[in-house]
Design a protein around this ligand. Sequence first.
Ligand SMILES: [Zn+2]
Length: 525
Amino acid sequence: MHRRWGIALILPALLACETVTSLLPAASTPTRPAPVTLPAAYTPTGAPRATATLPATPTASTSLSEHGAALRPEFSADLAARPHLTRYWIEVEVGLDLARARATLDGQARIRYTNPLDDQLEDVVLMLWPNDGQYDAEMTAGPVLVNGESVEPRPEMGGIALRIPLPVSLAPGALVDLSLPFHIQVDGLMTADAPSRFAITQGVLIAPTFYPLLPRLVDDAWQVEPAPPGGDTTNSDAAYYDLQITAPADQALAVSGTVVDTVVHADGRQTVRVVTGPMRDVALALGPLVLEEREVDGVILRAWVLPDHTGDLRRMLDAAETQLVALSEWIGPYPYAELDLVDAPGAFGGIEYPGLVYIGTLGTSWIIEPVVHEVGHQWFYGLIGSDQLEAPWLDEAAASYTEVLYYEAAVGPERGTTLVREFHDLVAGFASRSQTPIGLPVGEYASENEYALIVYAKGALFFDALRRQLGDEVFFRFLQEYFGDYRYGFAEPADFARAAESACRCDLDPVFDLWVEQGGPLPGP
Ligand SMILES: [Zn+2]
């Protein structure tokens, strides 16, 4: 996310086919611990979707080859190296009624999950993030089939989580197949004073994480915890998504990943099929958007904007291109074949999702920083995963610092230094707050403003301090090694520190104590 502040107030905007048919080949033989008798079809009897009909538990091919379309050719080996990531097959129909300011997403999710633990797994949790307060939506899901057997899930956290007891304990390394219908409803338009992650804004439906998402296992337990206001919400591991999205054909549809097939139906709908390669989440947007695209070193950059904002297209694409090239060179290559930038007026400064970012500020003078910040998140959050609730600095401080890197690449080192000084003056201007460490969980900052000030602005200053301590050569070698070790993975703060100390062969405890862990007086610019 990108957020902005004023003199005394941090605004939430700155710095900030007919019916859907099965995606699954019928003839493959899945490896499964305990074969079960599958019903030919399953008609749910409970809430929420009386009309939904679930096919049997999927018998999907384990082949990953189709996901190659989502990756640049030189990264196709990334698939075979990650055969056990979770598989999602999601079919969804999106309805958008702009006259009534209403949208619906009706779908079915099939999820194949491998137990990564050394112990038996007794349950699985799915997150229904659109029920969180940051999303202007309501989501229901279920009932659930577990390996073809109907199971009653237990809602937790006010309906944001569904805990699904497994009828048979899942052995280490064994697979389980989950199938469930879901329904999401959006009523009303997002207003400028109440930014949202999931909403209709100026005719555009923005819909991230529109399906039941597996959270992460942390210390052998599912991470089921609420997202404090002002921070990002989801934590998830990279997975393979195979999406089949049906939507009105007269609206533009932007989706994370790569479209591999489009069918336009006689009734005015279209169905697109999308694959993602290894991605930790996906998002879509639907609306009257104008598309302009360009190829940058084998990556298709797509910018989707409202007709009123076509005057911003070039600035947006130029900034994203410069950032893509700079971060690919300085940190590591962007492996996906595509990156989408989507106009989402009022969606904070912007919001990052893998392969697709929402930009909330088109039509204003403040465009470059949100664009390059969200593009920077493709490296820090998208590729290098980190805990957005417990250690938000790992991605937000880094994404803020990529704004400095952008200016160095686009204008020159002096312009980067100018932005660092602006960050410094901003933090120094809040004397009572400036000693706060950057390493707190989102919910432990005194306010959303303090969170944004410390994690984003002071966090960028930490990256600058680390760079000055290590020197450019070691600093960028550290970032490249960190990226190489954790891309598609998940890094903890200790992993970040270990990678930095390994690169410099030095003790960085005092630096991490001062900035990240303990806090203390703000060093000079
Ligand atoms: Zn951010």
